[in-house]
Design a protein around this ligand. Sequence first.
Ligand code: HEC
Ligand code: HEC
Ligand code: HEC
Ligand code: HEC
Length: 285
Amino acid sequence: MERAFLRKLIALCVICGLASFALLGLVAFRDGKREWKDYQQEYQSLLLEKIDRVANPVFFQRVTSMKPEIKQVMLDGLGRVDRCTTCHLGIEDSLFTGAKQPLTTHPDPRLLESHPVEKFGCTICHGGKGLATTYDGATHQSNAHWPDPMVEKGFMQSRCGYCHNNYAAIEADELVLGQKLFKDLHCSGCHKVDPGDGVMAPVLTAFADKGTGSFDFTHIDGDHSRQNWVLEHFKNPQKVTPGSPMRIYAMNDTQLKALTTYVLSLTERVFTRDYYPNEKFVAEE
Ligand code: HEC
Ligand code: HEC
Ligand code: HEC
Ligand code: HEC
């Protein structure tokens, strides 16, 4: 009898514990939702400081009456929806040069001119979770739990290779070097990238499409990101994949980084025609 009562009491405690946990979680969740509203308020006050009220009364009025809202670009041709500009509000506005993140202007405004935000969004180049409206949710860390978290700054050129194949024309020096190394080091003796390459090893034509979760990080020291897996694997394939038959020449850091950037540009993702620069359809050889 007493024991049954005790059991009920314990069960009750557990339930109460769980309930308060859930409540805490809910509060944290709601706080997380405030994040972007705070940035929008900050943006509004900064913008008001920058506008000459007398010279631009209409614009001033419009900014004064701005309400917090989620900003999103629908990118049907890329199969995504990006909300990054909900926080990165000054990204296209030269008035925000030198402002702090996330309100500052893009470091390479010319890139946004050739790839307008309303057509390209952000995640096609940066990776990350486009629909998210929190800093963590957008997966700013390249080792975040998401198949395609944000690309580390030094590896950004991997994304240019999704659409461009004339690397020299867009001054993508990492891709130029990476592709050359791939040839010179006879990687294609084992790995297929082009028709006619070897097939003794994993086909690499869609290597960039492999999500973070498909890599085995058991033997990786440091960051559990795709970039770091590839770098470490290139330094020592047998350490990362015990028993691997892959042999590789020693490379310096520049070469390692370029080759990593190149293999992480190999995709089978297909976008609509208007996302490819004309060069892609011009035969190379
Ligand atoms: C909730 C607001 C918020 C959203 C949504 C957001 N960001 Fe950010 N982002 C920030 C903040 C804040 C920083 C600055 C962090 C710091 O300096 O520590 C930042 C920094 C960055 C940086 C600089 C590198 C870094 O990690 O510090 C990049 C690149 C970036 N964001 C890209 C994106 C992309 C792409 C998206 C959409 C997938 C996105 N952001 C969505 C708030 C946001
Ligand atoms: C065409 C590809 C491309 C698109 C589209 C693009 N970016 Fe970038 N972005 C880059 C590259 C490349 C860099 C690195 C530039 C550099 O520092 O040399 C960069 C740098 C940045 C940085 C600074 C990173 C740092 O660590 O300092 C931020 C922030 C950023 N981008 C945010 C965005 C946001 C937000 C969008 C969407 C509105 C966007 N970008 C769209 C290619 C792109
Ligand atoms: C989703 C596909 C896509 C991605 C990813 C992409 N681009 Fe582009 N890029 C284009 C298209 C489409 C154009 C427009 C070409 C045109 O108008 O002929 C373009 C234009 C350009 C131009 C201007 C070329 C010219 O002749 O006007 C440069 C430079 C450029 N891209 C560099 C880059 C770099 C650097 C990256 C990576 C950081 C990148 N692009 C990523 C599709 C892409
Ligand atoms: C002797 C054949 C051989 C050569 C040469 C070779 N590899 Fe490999 N590679 C393999 C095998 C087998 C694997 C799978 C086992 C492993 O993870 O090491 C592999 C794995 C990889 C992976 C990971 C693939 C995945 O999906 O996990 C990449 C990337 C890679 N190699 C790139 C290269 C590059 C770049 C070169 C040239 C510098 C190269 N390989 C040379 C045999 C080879």
